[in-house]
Design a protein around this ligand. Structure first.
Ligand code: GRG
Length: 304
């Protein structure tokens, strides 16, 4: 049977990631940190973000293979954020992508360095695009969206809500009730920003005009918010299942997210509303957007 577009993308992404981060020779001083980086990067994951990069490149009329350095960059940056998020000083998680977290295997210091290594390597990859102008533009977009005004900023709000961090000034969440507005600001940073980078980098690799980058940003807003809210729903339903409950509401109350504010049903309605917005943004593209349409719909109903 012929491979689907998703399978073709996935195969290319896995191959490109492995080539971008080869194992080092025995005795190399970087051998252990490279192993820790490869452990987290090459062990599954849905590859949502790099698939978006390739699909947007193709939608904008580019050869999707040319966007592979950007796709690898986005996935490396995402993996760094997961490694750091799992550390004891943040979410303190033992399992990730179906196996023990990086720090559980390599220790905290090495996991911190593996994350740092992947963050840095992401920019090396982005800047390795053969044409210097789109390479620089892509790296700039990635830096802006992943940094303190994007993903890192969103993570700060999350830690502040969970009581791990107090932030002075305009980002302070102390004493503020967790409402829909605050959740949206947090998720725009924590989740949407990197998804937006993934989509925009695909357009940049294809040499698309600014109005299409803007439309890709709108698609990312819709898909990114839907992805996060669906994640909240799966989290709560997963917890409820573990506890043998029929509804996730008890465990949802402990966490502050869309399910704790709205309940599962209304949260899923919001997933569908945001997905509709994403589909609307695709109308601005002249090319065949069937893959990205299906992708958004699949993510809205995903089970893992
Ligand atoms: C540490 C700077 C820093 C940021 C961390 C990624 C992140 C921000 C936190 C992880 C927790 C979380 C629920 C983030 C929201 C984004 C999200 C749903 C990440 C998981 O992405 P998937 O489902 O993971 O695409 P895979 O493993 O499939 O790649």
């Amino acid at each position: 049977m012929a491979e689907t577009k998703r399978e073709i993308y996935l195969r290319a992404i896995e191959e490109a990631l492995g080539l971008a981060l080869p194992a080092t020779k025995e005795g190399d001083p970087a051998a252990q940190v490279t192993e820790a980086m490869r452990y987290s990067l090459l062990c599954g994951g849905k590859r949502v973000r790099p698939s978006l990069t390739l699909a947007f490149c193709e939608l904008c009329g580019g050869d999707w293979r040319r966007a592979l350095p950007f796709a690898c960059a986005v996935e490396m940056l995402h993996t760094y954020s997961l490694i750091h998020d799992d550390l004891p000083c943040m979410d303190d998680d033992d399992m990730r992508r179906g196996r023990p977290t990086c720090h559980r295997v390599y220790g905290e210091a090495m996991a911190l360095l593996a994350g740092d290594g992947l963050l840095t390597k992401a920019f090396e990859c982005a800047l390795s695009l053969p044409e210097p102008a789109p390479a620089a533009r892509g790296a700039l977009e990635l830096a802006r969206l992943a940094g303190h005004m994007g993903m890192v900023g969103g993570q700060c709000i999350d830690l502040s809500i969970e009581g791990h961090l107090s932030i002075e000034g305009h980002l302070s969440t102390q004493g503020r009730a967790v409402d829909m507005e605050l959740l949206e600001v947090m998720d725009q940073g924590k989740t949407v920003a990197l998804i937006a980078a993934a989509c925009k980098l695909g357009c940049i690799a294809a040499g698309a005009p600014e109005d299409l980058l803007e439309a890709a940003g709108r698609y990312a807003q819709g898909v990114g918010m839907a992805f996060q809210i669906r994640d909240d729903i799966l989290d709560v339903l997963g917890d409820a299942q573990k506890l043998g409950k029929n509804t996730g509401m008890d465990s949802a109350r402990e966490k502050r997210n869309y399910v704790s504010l709205l309940g599962v049903e209304k949260a899923q309605e919001l997933v569908e509303e945001y997905t509709g917005k994403a589909l609307g943004a695709l109308e601005d593209f002249p090319g065949d957007s069937g893959f990205l349409r299906e992708f958004a719909l699949k993510l809205a109903g995903r089970e893992s």
